[in-house]
Every structure is written in C-alpha cells, then in structure tokens.
Design a protein around this ligand. Structure first.
Ligand code: TYD
Length: 422
C-alpha cells in the first residue's frame, strides 16, 4: 500500500464557493472504508483520516471537510458492481427506461463514467448500442476489457472527453451511476461532459439522495470516497453553471434511496418535467436547505449506536455467535463508528473474491467466503450490506432453515428470528 499523496482541507463549498460551512457530524479519525488489509498489513499500521460533514448554508450541499487523494483511494479498489443481482436488475431497468424516455437510436454512442466491471455497459451493448466505459482502476478496467466490454482506463476529465471524441465519435448519452459524489472538482468534471456530449445529447446520473440519507439515517454511507451528499437544489446550481439544464428527476430505491437526474445542454430543446420544480420545492419546504435538520440528525445516530451496541453485547452475554454479511464500505463505517470489533463479530462473509482472506480496516475482522456459514455457523448474521438485505436473506435460506437469525442495523434495528427455531 502506498502512502497517500497530499490530502486537501476544504476551504469553501465545492459547488457555490461559499465559506458559510457548518460542521454537523464528526466521526473523528476513520480508516478507509474500501481498503481491506492483508495479513502483513495488520501489523504494519493503517492510515486513518478525519471524517467530518459540513453543511453549506448558501447552497445546501453537505460535503466532507477533507479530500483524500483520488490516486490513493482508487489504486486498489475492491468494489465490483456485478456481484449484486439487485444491481444487475437495476442496470437492466436503466437501459429500458432511458432507451424509451430519451428515444435513443440503435448504434448511438453511449459513454459510461466509472463503469467498474461493466455491469451497466454490458446491458447497453446487449441492447444494440455502442457503449464505451471509462474506469480509473487498472485491475477493474482490465477485468471489463477481458469480458469484451470496451473500457478506457482513465479518470474522467477533459482529455478523456477529447480522446473519446477522437477515437469513437460524439456520445448521445453520457451516464454515471454513483460517481458524482466521488468527484472533488465538479466544475472540471461537468465541463468535460459538456465537451464530449452531442448538442442534442443527454447527461444522466444517479446519486444517493440526501433526503433519504437524513430520513433513513444513512450515516454509514459517509466515507472518504463520498465527498458530496446531494440534494437537487445544489445540483441545479452546479449543472447550470456548467451549461446544463435539468429536465427530469426521479426517486429510485437503489442504494437505500437515490435520484436519477437527466440533464441536457442549456440551449437544447427538451422541456423540463414538473418533477424538477416539485423536488426543489419539497427540499425547501421540508427544511433541507436549513442547518437545523442536520444538527438534529446527529443525536439520532448516537442513539442508534447505543442500541446496536447493547443488542450485540446482550447476545454475546447469552453466548450467541455473531457473524456479518457484506464487507461493504457501509459496514466498515457502521462497525468502526460503533466501536464493534472482533470481540463481537467472528467474521464477515463477502462473495467478492478480492475481499476474501483480508481483514476489515479498523476493526480487523476477517473477511471470508460463504462456506463459513456452514463451517462456523453463527446464531446471528448482521447484514452490513443492508441495501441488499432481501437478496442476502434469500441466498442464505439454508442458514435460516437451520435456525439462523438476522439483524438489519438500519434505519431501525430489526431482528429477524428464524421461523425454524434456533
Ligand atoms: P454495497 O452495499 O453495494 O456498497 P458499499 O461498499 O458502497 O457500501 O456493498 C455490498 C457488499 O456486499 C459488497 O462487498 C458485495 C457484498 N455482497 C455479497 O457478498 N453478496 C451479495 O449477494 C450481495 C448482494 C452483496
């Protein structure tokens, strides 16, 4: 593991440049949520960085107070989108929805930013489009290319936009699911989208929605990769300043509540749907543009932390064995923030081969494959990839039939006792 290049303290709002930034949630020092450790790394120490949320009083953007270098964060990125059937289905829905809504013509060029292992890319290609992925992690880009999914291994920016134009043509659609929150320089990112996109093209992106974050207590999605936490209002501000217009927005269930935003160039023909003004009005009328809602959020999280710790410690006192499922970044934040470690959780199962036989950063809980569910059967399985609870419960039905129980930690702690006894 290399040591991080310079980390940057945020001086002003990433979107509106205001200095009116109110700190509201401080995790103190936290390890990197997606950086699992090998056995030798356990003893060599691991980097930790401040993790603190700020609210911009002027545009409503929540953002981290510090930016860890992207090079360092993404050099060994273990996340693979294709692992989840739920996400596979979601990608299929994206292709069907956008083909229809944007009247995409066969053979249109589509560019996906941060295409990961090509889950969405493959669905566009199957539907008859020409699709190119852009993915900064070398290992992941190579995996996608090996599957026959054309992928440029690059960070998104002006020179990538120009390379696409030179080598492939002008994209009719540029899409990014879960990438905008990772971007420090949003102006440069959007400027590159504007450079590459056809005059009558669309820029579509999905981001976790801050309204869901607050309402359903998604503090576990706060980690160093997620620099921004979006409402539609600050997005409108930055998109307009980059020469775009929002023409549609809709809520999605994926990743515990996201929004899909469709934008076009500012002088293009499409008329905005009524949803756009409705979202903007709701954010204002329900107080999401004022700091009070954010300050109140913190006491709810502290209460949840106490309740979860109490539940797990009472199970341990009753000699119950507890394991977890999904070595997700969310799970990392939850366990590290709650101070839950190996004394409580025996191991974490994850189906991603790259994560197995490693240790979760911070807590140092071992990450193992699914066979451990039989080899070392726990009494309780804490579902850390809580956004995929249904999928995980259905794929572990044998465990449940053998009397295994589940705990879903958020938004409210939910214990699902096995109907087959224990
Ligand atoms: P996810 O919640 O998608 O994201 P994040 O890391 O951003 O919080 O992570 C889900 C994790 O759970 C990922 O490591 C893959 C794992 N997982 C499985 O191992 N098996 C499964 O069936 C599913 C749905 C997820």
């Amino acid at each position: 593991m290399t040591t991080p290049a310079a980390d940057k303290k945020l001086e002003s709002c990433r979107i509106c440049k205001s200095k009116n930034l109110i700190p509201y949630f401080d995790f103190k020092e936290m390890p990197l949520a997606n950086r699992n450790l090998s056995l030798p790394e356990l003893s060599s120490g691991e980097p930790k960085f401040p993790l603190q949320l700020l609210f911009c009083k002027d545009c409503g953007l929540s953002q981290l107070s510090m930016v860890v270098s992207a090079q360092f964060l993404y050099e060994e990125y273990p996340y693979r989108s294709s692992i989840s059937q739920t996400f596979q289905k979601h990608c299929k829905e994206i292709v069907e929805n956008l083909t229809h809504k944007l009247a995409l013509k066969p053979n249109s060029l589509i560019v996906e930013i941060a295409s990961n292992d090509g889950c969405l890319l493959s669905k566009f290609i199957q539907a008859g489009f020409q699709a190119i992925g852009v993915e900064p992690s070398r290992v992941i880009a190579d995996e996608a290319t090996a599957k026959g999914l054309p992928t440029l291994c690059r960070f998104w920016g002006k020179s990538t936009a120009l390379q696409i134009q030179r080598e492939f043509g002008t994209p009719q659609l540029i899409i990014g699911t879960n990438v905008l929150a990772h971007v420090d320089n949003l102006n440069a990112f959007l400027d590159a989208v504007n450079t590459a996109l056809a005059a009558d093209g669309y820029f579509v992106f999905e981001v976790p929605y801050m309204v869901n974050y607050i309402e359903t207590l998604e503090f576990d999605t706060t980690y160093h990769e997620h620099l921004s936490y979006f409402l539609l209002s600050p997005l409108k501000h930055i998109l307009e300043s980059a020469g775009f217009r929002i023409i549609d927005v809709e809520k999605l269930n994926i990743h515990c509540g996201s929004i899909r935003v469709i934008a076009c160039k500012k002088d293009a023909a499409p008329v905005a749907s009524k949803n756009v003004d409705a979202f903007l009005a709701m954010e204002k009328s329900q107080g999401f543009l004022k700091e009070d809602i954010y300050l109140g959020f913190v006491s709810r999280i502290e209460r949840l932390r106490e309740d979860l710790r109490k539940l797990l410690s009472s199970l341990k006192q009753g000699s119950k064995r507890i394991a977890a499922y999904g070595a997700s970044a969310k799970g990392n934040v939850l366990l590290n923030y709650c101070g839950i470690n190996q004394e409580t959780i025996d191991y974490i199962i994850d189906d991603t081969p790259l994560k197995q036989n490693k240790f979760q950063s911070g807590t140092h809980i071992p990450i193992v494959d699914k066979s451990y569910l039989v080899k070392a059967r726990p009494d309780y399985l804490l579902i850390l990839a809580r956004n995929f609870s249904e999928e995980i419960i259905s794929k572990t039905s044998e465990y449940q039939q053998a009397g295994g129980h589940y705990i879903i930690p958020l938004p409210d702690i939910k214990v699902i006792e096995s109907p087959y006894g224990s």
